[in-house]
Design a binder for this molecule. Structure first.
Ligand code: ZN
Length: 489
């Protein structure tokens, strides 16, 4: 079935038919986490949104190179050009090397993503591993005349850039608004104007993360890594740049300015932004007491949580809203997502219970069409889910004998559910997600039954063989008065 993807491009503020630069291939860059703290609810939404896009593009047979960076240097407190590096601060407080902090939280992030069935990107470059590329990029901007050196730091000259290109076009601002909304410099700064931003910062004496450069021992500005690494891995022009809406200004605006200044043209063609998650209608923030880490969600340990929620429930919850809509988190909404996911998975399982009939009362092509059209329409995952729910009702009727399907239609229906629920939406049944115990239960129960029979026949050798075999597989058998129990080691 021919479906043409249309994506909402933040740069042009309209839905556009997606045409990749090179036929059959897609280059996609997404701003990843700054690794100085545990992954939290706010990380779940961009991760799941761009995983959905990645999975969907692959399902359309595109060869996708998906680059998602790890920010491990240069992200200063409050995202401004001033303040301590977030990772260095954590390292100072915990008496660790900054790279220990970055490594630990990178691993925590990866584990959380894996549990939500978020696929690993094609490349996951670290900012600290691309200092040379960033220095070279700063040099190009200086050579083009859009930056100036001041006391060992290099700043982007926003006014000069704006005279030739439009600074603020992604976020829909112009320089006059930006001037009005930024406070005046206090005379202490090396910048010419408050809206100029750092491309390279000279390190102060206490700043531990530093590298040599032609201008000073210092470190790159936060926005620089994405311009340098996207160019390195995807080329001077690439298809899609994604990230959360909160990154649109200043981060993505500055990225566009840097890349345009250095390369003379736009680099990313489609800018895709996911909307934010609110909690009971409020913005998430440490000061509001509603800052929830993913681990707390998965084990239910935060005080505002009524229960634990599985990683799949969180994924399903995110997918139930369109990525450009706000998504409000509440216990009620998550419990509804939990029920909904369970209903969907049971519906898919129920397909196996339907006995094939001579004729079909409904056409699976309807489900295929609805899912394909919804996904092609700017990744409308809620519409895909609603089409699947309609069909779950049909399946349940068929189990009760009120609808019927031929063997061929049943196979088609299974394939469609498999494609959209598992491949594209990336859902897993909780049984699959739990891995471990649930997956081996039927096998263990069967062996324990055999062992019981052996014991009844006083065949102690066979009984021990089964027990030892299970032990070798990490399954400990415990004989009790009232029967046999087992556990995974
Ligand atoms: Zn970025």
């Amino acid at each position: 079935m021919e479906t043409k993807l249309s994506l909402y491009n933040t740069l042009t503020r309209r839905k556009e038919a997606f045409e990749p630069l090179v036929e059959g291939r897609v280059g996609m860059y997404v701003c990843g986490p700054t690794v100085y703290g545990d992954p939290h609810l706010g990380h779940a939404r961009p991760a799941v949104t761009f995983d959905l896009l990645f999975r969907y593009l692959k399902s359309l047979d595109f060869k996708v190179r998906y680059v998602r960076n790890i920010t491990d240097v240069g992200h200063l407190e409050h995202d401004a050009d001033e303040g301590e590096d977030k990772i260095a601060k954590k390292a100072r407080l915990e008496q660790l090397e900054p790279m220990e902090v970055a490594h630990y939280y990178t691993e925590r992030y990866r584990q959380a993503m894996e549990s939500m069935n978020v696929l690993t990107p094609s490349i996951e470059p670290h900012a600290s591993g691309h200092i040379i590329e960033q220095i070279e990029f700063v040099k190009r901007i200086l050579d083009e005349g859009f930056a100036y050196i001041s006391n060992g730091s290099v700043y982007f000259d926003v006014e000069k850039y704006n005279a030739k290109h439009h600074y603020g076009r992604l976020s829909g601002r112009n320089l006059d608004d930006i001037v009005l909304n930024t406070r005046e410099l206090d005379g202490q700064s090396d910048k010419h104007h408050s809206y100029d931003f750092a491309l390279w910062k000279k390190a102060s004496a206490e700043h531990i993360m530093r590298w040599p450069s032609p201008w000073s021992n210092g470190f790159p500005g936060w926005h620089m890594e994405c311009s340098a690494m996207s160019t390195k891995y995807l080329g001077e022009q690439f298809d899609i740049h994604g990230g959360g809406m909160d990154l649109m200004f200043p981060h993505h605006e500055c990225e566009i300015a840097q890349s345009t200044a250095a390369l003379g043209h736009d680099s990313a063609r489609y800018w895709v932004h996911n909307n934010m998650i609110t909690i009971n209608g409020q913005k998430m923030g440490k000061s509001l007491g509603n800052f929830i880490t993913l681990e707390q969600l998965f084990n239910g340990s935060h005080e505002i949580l009524e229960q634990a929620y599985t990683p799949m429930t969180i994924r399903f919850f995110v997918l139930q809203a369109h990525y450009r809509s706000t998504l409000d988190f509440s216990n009620e909404a998550l419990q509804a997502a939990e029920k909904g996911l369970d209903r969907l998975m049971k519906g898919i399982d129920a397909l196996d219970k339907i006995k094939p009939a001579a004729t079909s009362t409904a056409n699976p092509a309807d489900l295929e069409k609805r899912c394909a059209e919804a996904m092609a329409d700017d990744l409308n995952s809620p519409m895909v889910i609603s089409a699947m729910f309609d069909w779950v009702r049909t399946i349940n009727s068929a189990v009760e004998g009120k609808e019927s399907f031929t063997a061929e239609d049943l196979a088609t229906l299974k394939a469609i559910f498999h494609r959209y629920a598992f491949e594209v939406l990336g859902l897993k049944s909780e049984k699959q997600a739990a891995g471990g115990r649930d997956r081996v239960t039927p096998l263990v129960e069967m062996l324990l039954e055999e062992r019981l029979k052996a014991r009844a026949a006083k065949d102690w050798a066979a009984s021990d063989r089964i027990r030892d075999g299970l032990a070798a597989a990490g399954i400990r058998v415990k004989d009790r008065k009232d029967g046999t129990d087992w556990e995974l080691e």
